[in-house]
Ligand binder design. Structure first.
Ligand SMILES: NC(=O)c1ccc[n+]([C@@H]2O[C@H](COP(=O)([O-])OP(=O)(O)OC[C@H]3O[C@@H](n4cnc5c(N)ncnc54)[C@H](OP(=O)(O)O)[C@@H]3O)[C@@H](O)[C@H]2O)c1
Length: 214
């Protein structure tokens, strides 16, 4: 399952997982863009099952559109909490509802979908649902912004720091339950998030993903 998989880094994660033979759940707000990625995956391997879930992870009352499908949770192997938002600007000028949206996406969705993943893995192990499944995975996306207080990206830097410490805090206990847990800190990556700017030193989404799925 990859959140924010309609474009950018998340799309690349989904395509790379498809190349490795995973069935995929694609989740983001835009059904049409997700269906385009679904067609790309069919071009890679038409035998894979691909489920498209249109959901606004910043505003949904709950995440049941993703979490309620028992067939998905009983076969979940890796969850990538990639969807993230980045508001640039002076803190005192940003509208509170925009701030809320960034907090809900970067904090709530990452935390609660990590919990969903770990509970689904535990259930599979406890009930021997997939006895051949030896390893599970959880990848959460932080940012290079998490390393520094950044004046015009204050809440992004803060939320991404949370994502880092949260993921590192659960990593040890999860490793004892056969879950590999990774926090990724991209630098500047040329995607829609940064208006597709090619900034010196930036890299492509494919390069970001290759390192973390190796
Ligand atoms: N690009 C960078 O330079 C950079 C640097 C550091 C960290 N990161 C992190 O890497 C991750 C991916 O970033 P990216 O650059 O690939 O971004 P992107 O190209 O803007 O893509 C963001 C993805 O998230 C989805 N999304 C956005 N808001 C959503 C919401 N409310 N609910 C559900 N899905 C939502 C978007 O799809 P829809 O529009 O269809 O919803 C899209 O698929 C983010 O967590 C970001 O913070 C990126």
């Amino acid at each position: 399952m990859v959140t924010g998989s309609s474009e950018g880094i998340g799309r690349c994660y989904a395509l790379d997982l498809a190349r490795s033979g995973f069935n995929i759940v694609l989740a983001s707000r835009s059904q049409d863009k997700l269906e385009k990625v679904q067609r790309e995956i069919a071009g890679i391997n038409h035998n894979l099952k691909v489920k498209v879930v249109p959901i606004d992870l910043a505003n949904a009352a709950d995440y049941s559109a993703i979490t309620a499908d028992k067939e998905v949770s009983d076969n979940l192997g890796i969850v990538i909490n990639n969807a993230g938002q980045f508001l640039e600007g002076k803190f005192f000028e940003i509208a509170p509802e925009k701030l809320q949206s960034e907090l809900r996406l970067n904090l709530n969705a990452v935390t609660l979908l990590s919990k969903y993943a770990t509970n689904a893995y535990k259930r599979q192990l406890d009930l021997s649902i997939n006895p051949d499944q030896e390893k599970f995975g959880l990848i959460n996306l932080s940012s290079i912004a998490s390393y520094l207080p950044i004046p015009n990206m204050s809440q992004n830097a803060g939320t991404k720091r949370y994502d880092c410490y949260f993921t590192r805090s659960i990593r040890d206990s999860l490793s004892k339950r056969n879950v590999d847990c990774l926090i990724v800190h991209p630098g500047v990556v040329t995607t829609g998030l940064v208006d597709n700017a090619v900034i010196p030193g930036s890299c492509l989404p494919e390069q970001t993903v290759a390192g973390s799925l190796a």
